[in-house]
Design a protein around this ligand. Structure first.
Ligand code: GH3
Ligand code: MG
Ligand code: MG
Ligand code: MG
Ligand code: MG
Length: 310
């Protein structure tokens, strides 16, 4: 798997570099940083003190990729802000640059130990700022790629079962708390072993990719899906009743059956069997829901495959 980071040339053509939180009580510095960063393609949001910065950081909509912070602020220290970022805001990594005139070795060590990634000495030099931001961008890009690799199934590109279980468990809690409907669909390709046996394993892989593609293009952004196992796929449909889920399941079952999958040696069609379930009072958690859907899937196989059982 190649894992090269983009070259400087690629950066130069990259129009949007993400959102930067600039924290400084000096208006001139805020203006200067905003101008330098905006010109280089960043979206800049400014804060004058810790309180303002914390409010912005704690709003998940902001999704800051970077924070450039001053050391001394009217209501606290940039060091405390950095500690907050590292200990509280953890949904994604924020690359932190400490910008200060306290540029001695002792302070540099303190800032790095608090969680800063880099250091910028005032007065701010434009070229140095941009170069340090690009160093940060390389690390963030690498993190994004590694996260994607860790969370996606290599063959189909769908989320892995681990990611699915994490997100679906959250959705389960939300649906319980707010009494919202929720449905689970699990499906398995019928007689898939035959594809491997007749056309070879590579052809089997192609069929899996194609089924995954039809599945992926049939769901909403809010649905939580995954490749659940070998030739098994699962979906949690938030705010979806059993009857809506049944309609959806039959649609996708028909779409898969109608898809002609072009292999090297032949054109094939596959069908899928599906189980659909919704929560009921005896269920304790998400695995209970998936288990019931799985029982329905087994029943669909027993009844002759290429059908949906609820
Ligand atoms: P059923 O209708 O009862 O589901 O029959 P089936 O043949 O689909 O089920 P079975 O469990 O007998 O076989 C599933 C096959 O899926 C066996 C396994 O080798 C194959 N398989 C699992 N993962 C992969 C994969 O990543 N690629 C390929 N090509 N085959 C896979
Ligand atoms: Mg200051
Ligand atoms: Mg089986
Ligand atoms: Mg199967
Ligand atoms: Mg199976």
């Amino acid at each position: 798997m190649e894992l090269s980071t983009p070259s400087v040339e690629q950066f130069a053509t990259c129009p949007i570099r993400g959102r930067v939180l600039v924290v400084d009580d000096d208006k001139l510095i805020r203006t200067l940083l905003t101008e330098f960063l905006t010109k280089d393609g960043y979206q800049v949001v400014v804060a004058c003190d810790c309180l303002e910065a914390l409010e912005l950081l704690d709003d998940p909509k902001n999704e800051f990729k970077f924070m450039v912070t001053d050391w001394e602020l009217p209501d606290g220290s940039g060091i405390d802000l950095i500690r907050h970022v590292r200990h509280v805001v953890q949904s994604h990594y924020i690359y932190v640059v400490m910008a200060t005139s306290h540029g001695n070795r002792e302070n540099l060590t303190l800032a790095l130990n608090a969680g800063a990634d880099d250091f910028l000495t005032k007065p701010i030099d434009r070229a140095e700022l941009i170069a340090r931001m690009r160093a940060g961008q390389r690390i963030l890009n690498l993190e994004t790629r590694l996260t994607h690799l860790a969370n996606s199934d290599l063959l189909t590109g769908l989320p892995t079962r681990r990611v699915f279980e994490e997100l679906a468990a959250k959705e389960w809690c939300r649906s319980m708390r707010y009494r919202l409907p929720l449905s689970c669909i699990i499906f398995d390709i019928d007689f898939f072993k035959r594809i491997n046996d007749i056309h070879g394993h590579a052809a089997g892989d192609e069929v899996l990719r194609e089924v995954a593609r039809v599945f992926y293009t049939s769901v909403r952004k809010s649905d939580i899906i995954c490749r659940y196992g070998g030739e098994e796929f699962c979906a949690i449909l938030p705010e979806t009743s059993m009857s809506q889920a049944l309609t959806w399941a039959n649609n996708i079952r028909n779409r898969i059956a109608a898809t002609e999958i072009v292999l090297d040696s032949a054109v094939v069609n596959v069908t899928v069997s599906m189980g659909v379930a919704e929560p009921y009072s005896e269920m304790e958690d998400l695995p209970d829901l998936v288990e019931v859907a799985d029982q329905c899937l087994i029943e669909a196989k027993t009844r002759g495959r290429n059908q949906v059982v609820a």
